[in-house]
Ligand binder design. Structure first.
Ligand SMILES: [Zn+2]
Length: 321
Protein backbone atom coordinates (compact mmCIF):
# COMPACT_ATOMS: atom_id res chain seq x y z
CA UNK A 1 0.00 0.00 0.00
CA UNK A 2 1.30 3.43 -0.98
CA UNK A 3 -0.13 6.40 0.93
CA UNK A 4 0.63 10.08 0.63
CA UNK A 5 1.32 11.37 4.15
CA UNK A 6 2.45 14.94 3.37
CA UNK A 7 3.27 17.04 0.29
CA UNK A 8 5.73 14.96 -1.76
CA UNK A 9 6.01 12.35 1.02
CA UNK A 10 4.71 8.79 0.59
CA UNK A 11 4.60 5.82 2.93
CA UNK A 12 5.04 2.37 1.42
CA UNK A 13 4.09 -0.51 3.68
CA UNK A 14 6.66 -3.22 2.94
CA UNK A 15 5.85 -6.75 4.14
CA UNK A 16 8.21 -8.63 6.45
CA UNK A 17 6.93 -12.21 5.97
CA UNK A 18 7.01 -14.56 8.98
CA UNK A 19 8.36 -11.81 11.21
CA UNK A 20 6.52 -10.61 14.32
CA UNK A 21 6.93 -7.02 13.11
CA UNK A 22 4.90 -7.97 10.00
CA UNK A 23 5.71 -4.77 8.06
CA UNK A 24 8.02 -1.83 7.80
CA UNK A 25 7.04 1.64 6.62
CA UNK A 26 9.46 2.88 3.99
CA UNK A 27 9.11 6.59 3.18
CA UNK A 28 9.70 8.08 -0.24
CA UNK A 29 10.15 11.81 -0.82
CA UNK A 30 9.73 12.80 -4.47
CA UNK A 31 10.99 15.86 -6.30
CA UNK A 32 13.94 16.95 -8.40
CA UNK A 33 15.88 14.40 -6.35
CA UNK A 34 14.17 11.54 -4.55
CA UNK A 35 14.91 10.12 -1.13
CA UNK A 36 14.06 6.64 0.17
CA UNK A 37 14.08 6.34 3.95
CA UNK A 38 14.76 2.69 4.96
CA UNK A 39 14.31 -0.35 2.74
CA UNK A 40 13.06 -3.59 4.33
CA UNK A 41 14.92 -6.92 4.56
CA UNK A 42 17.09 -8.29 1.81
CA UNK A 43 14.38 -10.61 0.53
CA UNK A 44 12.33 -10.67 -2.68
CA UNK A 45 9.00 -9.72 -1.06
CA UNK A 46 10.49 -6.44 0.19
CA UNK A 47 12.28 -5.71 -3.09
CA UNK A 48 9.08 -6.32 -5.04
CA UNK A 49 7.06 -3.99 -2.80
CA UNK A 50 9.54 -1.15 -3.19
CA UNK A 51 9.79 -1.66 -6.95
CA UNK A 52 6.00 -1.44 -7.20
CA UNK A 53 6.02 1.83 -5.23
CA UNK A 54 8.78 3.25 -7.43
CA UNK A 55 6.90 2.43 -10.61
CA UNK A 56 3.67 3.93 -9.20
CA UNK A 57 5.58 7.12 -8.43
CA UNK A 58 7.53 7.03 -11.71
CA UNK A 59 10.88 6.93 -9.91
CA UNK A 60 13.98 5.25 -11.27
CA UNK A 61 16.72 6.77 -9.17
CA UNK A 62 16.86 7.72 -5.51
CA UNK A 63 19.13 8.72 -2.68
CA UNK A 64 18.77 6.71 0.53
CA UNK A 65 18.68 7.58 4.20
CA UNK A 66 19.11 4.70 6.64
CA UNK A 67 17.81 5.38 10.14
CA UNK A 68 19.75 2.52 11.74
CA UNK A 69 21.66 -0.68 11.31
CA UNK A 70 18.91 -3.30 11.62
CA UNK A 71 18.45 -5.44 8.52
CA UNK A 72 14.74 -4.63 8.15
CA UNK A 73 15.88 -1.02 7.58
CA UNK A 74 19.00 -1.46 5.48
CA UNK A 75 18.76 -4.93 3.92
CA UNK A 76 18.14 -3.68 0.38
CA UNK A 77 20.52 -0.73 0.29
CA UNK A 78 22.92 -2.33 -2.20
CA UNK A 79 19.98 -3.23 -4.48
CA UNK A 80 18.35 0.21 -4.52
CA UNK A 81 21.42 2.40 -4.81
CA UNK A 82 22.83 3.37 -8.17
CA UNK A 83 26.15 4.94 -9.04
CA UNK A 84 24.66 8.40 -8.65
CA UNK A 85 22.85 7.67 -5.36
CA UNK A 86 23.94 9.27 -2.15
CA UNK A 87 23.45 6.91 0.79
CA UNK A 88 23.20 8.60 4.18
CA UNK A 89 23.56 7.11 7.65
CA UNK A 90 25.24 8.06 10.91
CA UNK A 91 28.89 7.04 11.05
CA UNK A 92 28.31 4.79 14.08
CA UNK A 93 25.60 2.68 12.45
CA UNK A 94 27.09 2.97 8.96
CA UNK A 95 30.33 1.41 10.18
CA UNK A 96 28.38 -1.38 11.89
CA UNK A 97 26.27 -1.96 8.76
CA UNK A 98 29.45 -2.55 6.77
CA UNK A 99 30.87 -4.70 9.54
CA UNK A 100 27.71 -6.86 9.34
CA UNK A 101 28.84 -8.08 5.91
CA UNK A 102 30.60 -11.34 6.68
CA UNK A 103 30.49 -13.39 9.83
CA UNK A 104 32.80 -11.52 12.17
CA UNK A 105 30.19 -9.01 13.37
CA UNK A 106 27.70 -11.77 14.20
CA UNK A 107 30.35 -13.85 15.97
CA UNK A 108 31.36 -10.89 18.13
CA UNK A 109 27.69 -10.13 18.86
CA UNK A 110 27.11 -13.78 19.86
CA UNK A 111 30.14 -13.67 22.16
CA UNK A 112 28.85 -10.44 23.67
CA UNK A 113 25.49 -12.06 24.37
CA UNK A 114 27.21 -15.05 25.97
CA UNK A 115 29.20 -12.68 28.18
CA UNK A 116 25.93 -10.99 29.17
CA UNK A 117 24.39 -14.33 30.11
CA UNK A 118 22.72 -15.85 27.01
CA UNK A 119 23.51 -19.60 27.21
CA UNK A 120 25.92 -20.78 24.53
CA UNK A 121 23.85 -23.98 24.17
CA UNK A 122 20.91 -21.92 22.85
CA UNK A 123 22.93 -20.90 19.79
CA UNK A 124 23.53 -24.53 18.86
CA UNK A 125 19.85 -25.22 18.41
CA UNK A 126 19.18 -22.51 15.87
CA UNK A 127 21.73 -20.73 13.73
CA UNK A 128 19.02 -18.33 12.60
CA UNK A 129 18.60 -17.07 16.11
CA UNK A 130 18.61 -13.49 14.93
CA UNK A 131 16.24 -12.76 11.99
CA UNK A 132 18.39 -9.78 10.98
CA UNK A 133 21.22 -12.14 10.14
CA UNK A 134 19.29 -14.15 7.61
CA UNK A 135 18.05 -11.17 5.60
CA UNK A 136 21.06 -8.92 5.96
CA UNK A 137 22.44 -6.90 3.03
CA UNK A 138 25.13 -8.77 1.16
CA UNK A 139 27.56 -6.05 0.08
CA UNK A 140 29.41 -3.14 1.66
CA UNK A 141 27.86 0.29 1.25
CA UNK A 142 29.66 3.50 0.32
CA UNK A 143 27.94 5.74 2.89
CA UNK A 144 27.95 9.47 3.10
CA UNK A 145 28.00 9.93 6.86
CA UNK A 146 25.74 12.52 8.44
CA UNK A 147 25.90 13.93 11.92
CA UNK A 148 23.82 15.99 14.34
CA UNK A 149 22.50 19.17 12.74
CA UNK A 150 23.29 18.28 9.11
CA UNK A 151 20.47 19.31 6.79
CA UNK A 152 19.30 17.31 3.76
CA UNK A 153 17.06 19.06 1.23
CA UNK A 154 14.49 17.05 -0.68
CA UNK A 155 11.41 18.55 -2.40
CA UNK A 156 10.41 21.44 -0.11
CA UNK A 157 11.62 19.68 3.02
CA UNK A 158 14.63 20.73 5.06
CA UNK A 159 15.51 17.61 6.97
CA UNK A 160 17.73 18.08 9.98
CA UNK A 161 19.60 15.05 11.26
CA UNK A 162 18.89 14.33 14.93
CA UNK A 163 20.94 11.55 16.48
CA UNK A 164 18.90 9.38 18.83
CA UNK A 165 21.10 6.57 20.22
CA UNK A 166 19.35 3.86 22.21
CA UNK A 167 17.53 1.44 19.91
CA UNK A 168 20.90 1.28 18.13
CA UNK A 169 24.04 3.26 18.96
CA UNK A 170 23.86 5.44 15.85
CA UNK A 171 20.09 5.66 15.32
CA UNK A 172 19.21 8.85 13.42
CA UNK A 173 15.94 10.73 12.83
CA UNK A 174 15.12 13.41 10.25
CA UNK A 175 13.23 16.52 11.36
CA UNK A 176 11.64 19.32 9.37
CA UNK A 177 11.08 22.15 11.87
CA UNK A 178 8.89 24.25 9.54
CA UNK A 179 6.55 21.42 8.64
CA UNK A 180 6.85 19.83 12.12
CA UNK A 181 7.46 16.40 10.60
CA UNK A 182 9.70 13.83 12.25
CA UNK A 183 10.84 10.64 10.52
CA UNK A 184 11.67 8.73 13.69
CA UNK A 185 12.69 5.23 12.51
CA UNK A 186 12.35 2.82 15.42
CA UNK A 187 13.02 5.45 18.08
CA UNK A 188 9.31 5.78 18.89
CA UNK A 189 6.74 3.15 17.88
CA UNK A 190 3.03 3.10 18.59
CA UNK A 191 2.04 -0.54 18.88
CA UNK A 192 5.22 -1.99 20.36
CA UNK A 193 8.00 -0.75 22.59
CA UNK A 194 11.24 -0.32 20.65
CA UNK A 195 13.70 -3.04 21.61
CA UNK A 196 16.62 -1.70 23.62
CA UNK A 197 19.63 -3.96 23.54
CA UNK A 198 23.38 -3.97 23.90
CA UNK A 199 25.40 -3.58 20.73
CA UNK A 200 29.08 -3.65 19.97
CA UNK A 201 30.69 -0.80 21.92
CA UNK A 202 27.60 0.02 24.01
CA UNK A 203 27.24 -0.67 27.73
CA UNK A 204 24.22 1.33 28.88
CA UNK A 205 21.77 1.54 25.95
CA UNK A 206 18.71 2.25 28.11
CA UNK A 207 20.31 5.44 29.44
CA UNK A 208 21.10 6.46 25.86
CA UNK A 209 17.52 5.70 24.86
CA UNK A 210 15.90 7.64 27.70
CA UNK A 211 18.22 10.61 27.00
CA UNK A 212 17.21 10.47 23.32
CA UNK A 213 13.50 10.38 24.23
CA UNK A 214 13.99 13.50 26.37
CA UNK A 215 15.77 15.16 23.44
CA UNK A 216 12.95 14.41 20.98
CA UNK A 217 10.33 15.52 23.51
CA UNK A 218 11.67 19.09 23.13
CA UNK A 219 10.91 19.21 19.39
CA UNK A 220 7.69 20.61 17.96
CA UNK A 221 6.25 17.60 16.09
CA UNK A 222 2.80 17.34 14.53
CA UNK A 223 3.40 14.49 12.10
CA UNK A 224 5.38 11.56 13.48
CA UNK A 225 6.35 9.03 10.82
CA UNK A 226 7.38 5.77 12.45
CA UNK A 227 9.01 2.77 10.79
CA UNK A 228 6.50 0.22 12.04
CA UNK A 229 2.77 0.31 12.73
CA UNK A 230 0.18 2.99 12.21
CA UNK A 231 0.86 6.70 12.77
CA UNK A 232 0.94 8.05 16.33
CA UNK A 233 -1.36 11.03 16.87
CA UNK A 234 0.27 12.37 20.02
CA UNK A 235 4.02 11.89 20.15
CA UNK A 236 4.31 13.48 23.59
CA UNK A 237 1.77 11.12 25.16
CA UNK A 238 3.57 8.15 23.58
CA UNK A 239 6.93 9.35 24.92
CA UNK A 240 5.40 9.52 28.42
CA UNK A 241 4.10 5.95 28.02
CA UNK A 242 7.52 4.72 26.90
CA UNK A 243 9.25 6.46 29.82
CA UNK A 244 6.73 4.94 32.24
CA UNK A 245 7.12 1.51 30.62
CA UNK A 246 10.87 1.54 31.26
CA UNK A 247 10.44 2.77 34.85
CA UNK A 248 8.03 -0.13 35.47
CA UNK A 249 10.39 -2.56 33.76
CA UNK A 250 13.29 -1.37 35.92
CA UNK A 251 11.20 -2.01 39.04
CA UNK A 252 10.16 -5.44 37.75
CA UNK A 253 13.76 -6.40 36.99
CA UNK A 254 14.78 -5.34 40.53
CA UNK A 255 12.02 -7.51 42.00
CA UNK A 256 12.81 -10.51 39.78
CA UNK A 257 16.52 -10.21 40.49
CA UNK A 258 16.31 -10.39 44.29
CA UNK A 259 19.46 -11.15 46.27
CA UNK A 260 20.65 -14.26 44.37
CA UNK A 261 23.26 -13.93 41.63
CA UNK A 262 21.43 -14.25 38.30
CA UNK A 263 22.28 -13.88 34.63
CA UNK A 264 20.23 -11.65 32.32
CA UNK A 265 18.79 -14.82 30.76
CA UNK A 266 17.51 -16.00 34.15
CA UNK A 267 15.99 -12.58 34.75
CA UNK A 268 14.36 -12.51 31.28
CA UNK A 269 12.87 -15.96 31.95
CA UNK A 270 11.10 -14.64 35.06
CA UNK A 271 9.89 -11.34 33.61
CA UNK A 272 6.39 -10.90 32.14
CA UNK A 273 6.12 -10.80 28.34
CA UNK A 274 3.26 -10.01 26.03
CA UNK A 275 3.68 -13.00 23.78
CA UNK A 276 1.38 -15.84 22.89
CA UNK A 277 3.48 -18.61 24.49
CA UNK A 278 2.59 -20.75 27.47
CA UNK A 279 5.99 -20.42 29.13
CA UNK A 280 9.60 -19.39 28.55
CA UNK A 281 10.56 -22.74 27.01
CA UNK A 282 7.83 -22.16 24.44
CA UNK A 283 9.34 -18.84 23.29
CA UNK A 284 10.72 -18.94 19.71
CA UNK A 285 14.50 -18.69 19.86
CA UNK A 286 14.76 -15.16 18.38
CA UNK A 287 12.24 -13.93 20.97
CA UNK A 288 14.43 -15.34 23.75
CA UNK A 289 17.29 -13.37 22.26
CA UNK A 290 15.30 -10.11 22.20
CA UNK A 291 13.87 -10.72 25.68
CA UNK A 292 17.34 -11.34 27.07
CA UNK A 293 18.52 -8.17 25.33
CA UNK A 294 15.78 -6.21 27.11
CA UNK A 295 16.75 -7.74 30.45
CA UNK A 296 20.41 -6.83 29.80
CA UNK A 297 19.63 -3.19 29.03
CA UNK A 298 17.60 -2.80 32.23
CA UNK A 299 20.17 -4.66 34.36
CA UNK A 300 22.99 -2.55 32.97
CA UNK A 301 21.03 0.65 33.68
CA UNK A 302 20.47 -0.47 37.28
CA UNK A 303 24.14 -1.43 37.58
CA UNK A 304 25.37 1.95 36.33
CA UNK A 305 23.01 3.80 38.68
CA UNK A 306 24.45 1.80 41.61
CA UNK A 307 21.18 -0.01 42.42
CA UNK A 308 22.54 -3.52 41.80
CA UNK A 309 25.88 -5.35 41.82
CA UNK A 310 27.52 -7.10 38.89
CA UNK A 311 30.22 -9.75 38.96
CA UNK A 312 31.99 -11.61 36.18
CA UNK A 313 32.33 -15.35 36.78
CA UNK A 314 33.91 -17.59 34.14
CA UNK A 315 33.51 -14.81 31.58
CA UNK A 316 29.78 -14.33 32.27
CA UNK A 317 28.08 -11.42 34.01
CA UNK A 318 25.92 -12.13 37.05
CA UNK A 319 23.79 -9.54 38.83
CA UNK A 320 22.16 -9.23 42.27
CA UNK A 321 20.69 -6.57 44.51
ZN1 LIG B 1 15.21 -1.51 14.55
Amino acid sequence: MLTQVADNVYRKVVPLPNNPLREINAYIITGEKNLLIDTGFNRPECEEALKTAFSELGITNTDLFITHLHSDHCGLVPKFSTRSSKIFASETDGELINFEVGNLYWRILDDLFVKYGFPKAEFGRNTDIHPGRKYCHDARVDFKYVTEGDVLQYADLELEVILTPGHTPGHACLYDANKKILFCGDHILGTITPNICIELGVENPLKDYLDSLAKIEKLDVQLLLTSHGTPIDDMYARIKELQLHHQERLEEVLTVLGTQWKTSYMVARDMTWEIDCKDWEDFPQPQKWFATGEAISHLQYLFFTGKIKREEKNGIYYYRK
